[in-house]
Design a protein around this ligand. Structure first.
Ligand SMILES: Nc1nc(=O)c2c([nH]1)NC[C@@H]1CN(c3ccc(C(=O)N[C@@H](CCC(=O)O)C(=O)O)cc3)C=[N+]21
Ligand SMILES: [Mg+2]
Length: 299
């Protein structure tokens, strides 16, 4: 813990920028070697404002590091068969090394069927059951690790926080964050607990944690008195709360009560500017790695 009772703020935006610079170098090197650039297809179905914002950010990030982006913007009433057709076409396109279908999908489309259809080689989200299965298994590695959990771990590592042997508590058990985050931390030799909406007395469990990953999707769920002094706190939450002083009418708050937590924690990530930018940086990294694998397979 910082001596003055103020946690060290982990600057996710800055760390993500340096990772993006590393990816840009990797793209340049791959291009010099093979004449090819990595390609990422970003598929969005429908007009959700938040999804459109995230997709725009992902495409812009691709352009900045030299990754070619393949845009598929489909109307909200697109059928499952039509989305599957787009995925098939992208699976077959040798210039596409990563396929991301923005979640959530409209109700008429079965998310599992879509995620299962993405070639495991191109699953840069790391959501395919085969990739998750390998993440679970000792001695087996996924081709891609899910971007948000990978970003959380990268923030810990680049902040000099030891993971092996530490007690980590993950708040939330979603397929895209909580569960893979717990699996990743176990693989790095942490002792891991997951607390969730049905946990009796989550506070007393979180209080034991050297590392907290908060990914419940509930604004300010984790209070200052939930934390062990000196804990490293990674806040995955991006909850929109009404704020009439903002042009947008809302502001983003995390799953952690930041003002309270920063007085107790040793390290903490802000929202925004913490995990969010890392998610995108890891997507770029996974896409570059996929393009490298493809080039190696052809060599
Ligand atoms: N197939 C799929 N893959 C995903 O990775 C995926 C998805 N679907 N659906 C939605 C969630 C959410 N997500 C975020 C990415 C970046 C920020 C991000 O950069 N946030 C900024 C703030 C952005 C703002 O101001 O709105 C920050 O925290 O600083 C947040 C959230 C990826 N997701
Ligand atoms: Mg494994």
């Amino acid at each position: 813990m910082a001596e003055n009772g103020q946690a060290k703020i982990i600057d996710g935006k800055k760390i993500a920028e340096s990772i993006r610079a590393e990816v840009a170098e990797g793209v340049t090197a791959l291009k010099a070697q093979t004449g090819k650039v990595p390609g990422l297809a970003v598929v969005i179905v429908g007009e959700r404002k938040d999804s459109q914002t995230y997709v725009r950010m992902k495409r812009k990030a691709c352009a900045e590091v030299g990754i070619a982006s393949f845009d598929h913007d489909l109307p909200a009433d697109t059928s499952e068969a039509e989305v599957l057709q787009v995925i098939q076409q992208l699976n077959d396109n040798p210039d596409v090394h990563g396929i991301l279908v923005q979640l959530p999908l409209p109700a008429q489309i079965n998310e599992q069927n879509i995620l299962d259809a993405i070639s495991i080689e191109k699953d840069v989200d790391g959501f395919h059951p085969m990739n998750i299965g390998r993440l679970c298994m000792k001695g087996r590695d996924p081709l891609s690790v899910p971007c948000t959990p990978k970003g959380c771990v990268e923030l810990l590592v680049r902040s000099g926080i030891t993971i092996a042997g530490k007690r980590a508590v993950v708040v939330g058990r979603s397929n895209i964050v909580g569960m893979p985050a717990a699996l990743l931390l176990i693989g790095m030799n942490a002792t891991v607990s997951i607390v969730h909406s049905r946990t009796d007395d989550p506070k007393s469990i979180v209080q034991q944690a050297d590392i907290v990953i908060a990914a419940a999707g509930r604004a300010h769920l984790v209070k200052g008195d939930w934390l062990k002094p000196g804990a490293a706190v990674i806040d995955v939450g991006t909850n929109a709360v009404d704020d009439p002083t903002k042009k947008s009418g809302y502001r983003l708050v995390g799953d952690v009560d930041f003002e309270e937590a920063k007085k107790v924690a040793g390290h903490i990530t802000p929202v925004p500017g913490g995990v969010g930018p890392m998610t995108i940086a890891m997507l770029l990294q996974n896409t570059l790695d996929s393009a490298r694998r493809s080039a190696e397979a052809q060599a």
